[in-house]
Design a binder for this molecule. Structure first.
Ligand code: CAA
Length: 275
């Protein structure tokens, strides 16, 4: 499927030049966007379908990323109802739920472009000018698990159940999830999780790094609000520069990373001390 090797590289992703209002069609895509000052909350909003996602959902997410108001610094992804997301809407496999033209074209090139368009719904969450926070509860399956993985930070409720279901359906995880999964848990654990499609409960998720914080279900919204407040207390330029640094650290040599730190610090020094 599409080349996700650069998915979410913050140094290649940029903020939109113009801020538009809420993109049209979010309702039909099963999404809601609430912007409150510097915090944007994206709600997966098909609770009666356990927030199952369609092509429209992924395109809606991409549209939100493109039109996010410039002042937004924290983006929270959450799910309405009992689950974060039950993953892809299974109705699409039989041509329902907007699933027509599943391969996006007869040839591999067309399908590659088609999937790349869907992946855009996820990659913007690594942009350096924002911090993305997945607020997860209940099931986060397949595309839902990958959406949580696409975020910078995961705060999860005690009832969270992660599952990478794709291989059990004959598919691969192609919504940018394989890279963060391997970065977080390593290849061996990623293989074990994906190829057994087993469920990871909250305790284990925290232990293997899939969650930064686990809280009681009723404390999830409050914990995310507190985190957003703490993130907003930091200088925006320093936050973006530090995010750029941290996301490239694993792939850089020590020399490259030292040079990157110097480059970023020169910019910070100029801004902070004006020289
Ligand atoms: N697609 C469409 N509808 C779904 C759905 C999905 N993924 N998940 C749940 N629903 C619907 C159910 O059909 C049900 O509808 P009705 O009320 O009309 O019967 C409703 O949502 C509630 O679901 P349940 O009664 O099953 O609720 P539950 O709480 O008992 O179970 C669940 C929740 C464990 C998530 C279960 O619904 C389930 O296993 N769903 C399927 C999960 C799945 O296999 N997802 C695909 C993952 S692969 C992927 O996402 C990536 C990819 O590209 C292939």
């Amino acid at each position: 499927m599409g080349d996700a090797t650069t998915a979410g590289r913050p140094e290649t992703a940029t903020a939109p030049e113009t801020a538009e209002s809420v993109p049209p069609g979010l309702d039909e895509a099963g999404l809601r966007l609430d912007v409150d000052g510097a915090v944007a909350t994206v709600t997966l909003n098909r609770p009666e379908r356990r927030n199952a996602m369609t092509f429209a959902t992924w395109r809606g997410l991409a549209a939100i990323g493109r039109s996010l108001p410039a002042g937004v610094r924290v983006v929270v992804l959450r799910g309405e109802g009992p689950s974060f997301s039950a993953g892809i809407d299974l109705g699409m496999f039989s041509g329902g739920a907007g699933g027509e033209g599943f391969t996006g074209g007869a040839d591999a090139e067309g399908t590659d472009r088609f999937i790349a368009g869907l992946q855009e719904g996820y990659t913007w969450l690594r942009r350096p000018d924002i911090v993305s926070v997945a607020a997860v509860h209940g099931h986060a399956i397949g595309a839902g698990f990958q959406l949580a993985l696409a975020c910078d930070i995961r705060v999860i409720a005690e009832d969270t159940r992660f599952c990478m279901k794709e291989p059990a359906l004959g598919l691969v995880p192609d919504l940018t999830g394989t890279k963060p999964l391997v970065e977080i848990v390593g290849v061996g654990r990623a293989l074990e999780l994906c190829l057994t499609a087993r469920t990871v409960l909250a305790d284990e998720a925290a232990r293997i790094g899939l969650a930064e914080t686990v809280v009681p279900r009723e404390g999830l919204d409050g914990a995310v609000r507190d985190l957003a407040d703490a993130l907003l207390a930091v200088n925006p330029g320093a936050a973006a520069a530090t995010k750029r640094l941290l996301w490239q650290a694993a792939e850089n040599t020590l020399d490259e990373q030292c040079a990157a730190e110097r480059r970023e610090q020169i910019g910070r020094l100029r801004e902070v001390f004006g020289s």
